[in-house]
Design a protein around this ligand. Structure first.
Ligand code: FRU
Length: 496
């Protein structure tokens, strides 16, 4: 057994060294990319997708992620790794996992260490991930790797710890999320059967031996035929299940379900189902609970099969800002940008109540990397459509519009004219609260995240405008818009 462990770690270490050397060689290319984000997490080079293994270990936040360091497109999956004291400034560490074994490596392109999670077990930091090999049967199995220094991970000699899919699943069986409840470990894994996405549940006392409990939840027929990256966790007095569905009809975007979890029966009862983020560039989020008791979520801020202009500069993919999840009235999960982000603020500007008819340029706001809070006074507004235009060019041809449509009760982000990235129109429900609507907008070089009414709805999109498109307009159509107040800060860069 010792021998097999040594050879596993040797092969793994070689693969990691090779990946780390690649990063060292290429990281300057990304530093010079004009699309580089200033305060969103990005890899040093190459491709990233899902956040993995979010956890706090020895007081520091750990962020692992699906990673291919050798190109700016998806390839055999590694786990990149970074840590942070404040969720804002991240230190890149050695690649944590690289494909190296028969259960996570192969001869054809489709293999790797797929998504998963991390837990702290005593002194150990344990990663639980899916070993994927396209042309193998079973194609996806669950594996673990552990570390005592939080940087170097050894794959378990008896991997896989779950070597086949259960009766309620099928060969698509991936993305284990593990958590502790009353001294036992629980794991949900995404799967599918008979056209329905499912989250199947396991239980264990030692993270190595897992007992199958059954399907904890499944699609109602509209929620997708394969569930990727399920995350099930307590929030307030209830539980929340987050799922990134494939081929959903009603919900093709990542959604959350509020419900009740019966741990004895292993069943999660669905009560309400809501889109988590109405933008195009939000997928496969993961949450952790920190030592302040906050449930924090980070998502992949890009999506499969979209145009990614940054690929020309050797990188693709980024993470959203960390968002604290708060249950509101047992019906809504609010997303609040973590308070630590205010460390980045400078250059405060405030405009008191004012009115707009037609389009007005706000000369005080020309920052590309900024946070803006606008409170619209709906009671005093006569226009039925109004909003803002950001990253506008001088000639007005380039712009990204956020439109509030009171007639159709929709908030619309239009990036048909946003530059060289993917186009498209995102829509979220618009709810007027006590006569006003509040928008909190985080802009980075190539991203916009809009938090509506304290995070009840969120829209996340990547945009790739020209570097000179900086104008910020407010507009009203067929009437007057009344604004209660507008505040704005420039946000600093987290890169040294
Ligand atoms: C979600 C996903 C996961 C999978 C990973 C592969 O974006 O498709 O289901 O584990 O990406 O990189």
């Amino acid at each position: 057994m010792k021998n097999s462990l040594d050879s596993i770690n040797l092969k793994h270490q070689e693969a990691i060294n090779k990946a780390n050397a690649e990063i060292e060689n290429k990281k300057d290319e990304v530093k010079n990319s004009p699309y580089r984000l200033q305060y969103h997490f990005m890899a040093p080079t190459g491709w990233i997708n899902d956040p993995n293994g979010l956890v706090q270990y020895k007081g520091e936040y750990q962020l692992f992620y699906q990673y291919y360091p050798y190109a700016s497109s998806w390839g055999p999956m590694h786990w990149g790794h970074a840590k942070s004291k404040d969720l804002v400034h991240w230190e890149h560490l050695s690649v944590a996992l690289a494909p190296s074994e028969s259960y996570d490596s192969g001869d054809v392109q489709g293999y790797g260490c797929f998504s998963g999670s991390a837990v702290v077990d005593g002194e150990e930091l344990v990663l639980i991930y899916t070993g994927h090999v396209d042309d193998k049967s079973p194609m996806q199995v669950q594996c673990i790797a552990a570390s005592e220094d939080g940087v170097n991970f050894e794959k378990y000699s008896q991997n896989p710890v779950i070597d086949n899919f259960p009766s309620d699943g099928s060969k698509d069986f991936r993305d284990p999320k593990v958590w502790k409840h009353e001294e036992r470990w629980y794991m949900v894994v995404g799967s599918k059967k008979d056209g329905k996405g499912k989250a199947v549940l396991y239980v264990s006392d030692d993270l190595r031996n897992w007992e199958y409990k059954g399907a904890a939840a499944e699609s109602d027929g509209t929620q997708g035929d394969m569930w990727e990256c399920p995350d099930l966790f307590p929030l307030g007095d209830l539980h929340v299940l987050i799922v990134s569905p494939m081929y959903g009809t009603k919900n093709e975007k990542t959604f959350y379900v509020i419900g009740d979890m019966d741990y004895d029966k292993g069943i999660f009862t669905q009560e309400t189902c809501t889109t988590l983020d109405y933008g195009f560039d939000f997928y496969a989020p993961q949450t952790l609970v920190d030592d302040k008791g906050r449930r924090i979520m980070i998502g992949w801020m890009e999506k499969w099969l979209t145009k990614m202009p940054s690929q020309e500069h050797g990188w693709a993919g980024a993470m959203t800002i960390p968002r604290e999840l708060v249950l509101e009235g047992n019906k809504i999960v609010k997303q609040k940008p973590v308070s630590e982000l205010s460390e980045l603020r400078s250059d405060y500007k405030k405009l008191e109540a004012f009115e707009v008819e037609e389009t007005t340029t706000i000369h005080e706001l020309q920052e590309q990397v900024s946070e803006t809070i606008i409170d619209f006074n709906i009671n005093e507004t006569t226009a039925s459509e109004f909003g803002i235009q950001l990253r506008c060019s001088e000639d007005g041809k380039e712009k990204t519009e956020i439109l509030l449509d009171l007639t159709n009760k929709e908030i619309v982000m239009d990036r048909e004219h946003s530059g060289c990235g993917e186009k498209g129109i995102s829509k979220a429900p618009l709810v007027v609260k006590d006569g006003s609507v509040n928008l909190r907008i985080f802009m980075d070089t190539t991203s916009v995240e809009v938090f509506v009414n304290d995070g009840e709805q969120v829209i996340t999109n990547r945009i790739f405008p020209d570097v000179n498109s900086n104008k910020f307009n407010i507009f009203a159509k067929d009437g007057k818009l009344s604004v209660n107040s507008m505040e704005s800060w420039k946000l600093g860069s987290v890169w040294k």
